[in-house]
Design a protein around this ligand. Sequence first.
Ligand SMILES: CC(C)(COP(=O)(O)OP(=O)(O)OC[C@H]1O[C@@H](n2cnc3c(N)ncnc32)[C@H](O)[C@@H]1OP(=O)(O)O)[C@@H](O)C(=O)NCCC(=O)NCCS
Length: 205
Amino acid sequence: MSAPKEPPALAGFVEARTPHRPELSVERVTELDDHDMAELCEATDAAIIEGGGFGWIEPQGRAALQRHFRGVMLVPERELFIARLDGLVVGSAQLVRPPRNNEAQAFGATLTHAYIAPYARGHGLARLMIRRVEERAASLGHRVVNLDVRETQTTAIALFETLGYERWGTHPAYARVNGRTVAGHFYYKLLEPGRGRSTGQVMGR
Ligand SMILES: CC(C)(COP(=O)(O)OP(=O)(O)OC[C@H]1O[C@@H](n2cnc3c(N)ncnc32)[C@H](O)[C@@H]1OP(=O)(O)O)[C@@H](O)C(=O)NCCC(=O)NCCS
């Protein structure tokens, strides 16, 4: 005999009292189906409208963003990461590796275009996404992650600094946003590959 069901009113009460723990995930993608692409474009435009995470200042619309992301997935030096909240695509980041001819800087990679849509912030997704990008960079043999950010992106700056990024410089004429010149901060973080010589040893420190 099956267990008696809770009366509908009580079931609703229990659900309302139990805080919903959203499911967070980050994945590296080399292709996206139409559904995920649509969600990604919506999240991107929402982040642009709110004020950042991309070089774009004006929302671009589905067609332009779709072309951008399809292009990113084709570029050999770029890797695209998407963040999901309860399965919905709500943000992304890119890992840019140096071109093959730049042997001298092959040990570094750049984290760029990282954002989470305003409606999905505050759950720890950006932190998870940056960690995933760092893990991937380390697994590819990189010892350094570089990034730069407008001085006005104060949440991102707080996040990067708590994750151990060192600010090494500020460019006073970094960007132009709505007719105003905005400075930008430059950061790096050393990575440990988890095997072989430590980054300190490699760098002779
Ligand atoms: C920066 C950004 C990616 C953070 O996304 P998020 O998913 O809300 O961040 P998380 O929930 O992972 O928060 C991680 C940390 O960021 C900091 N943080 C997040 N929201 C914050 C806020 N409103 N004020 C201050 N610090 C905040 C905290 O240090 C937080 O750590 P904690 O959870 O231990 O307190 C998001 O605000 C964003 O997309 N901003 C616009 C784009 C941008 O600036 N991108 C970076 C430039 S490349």
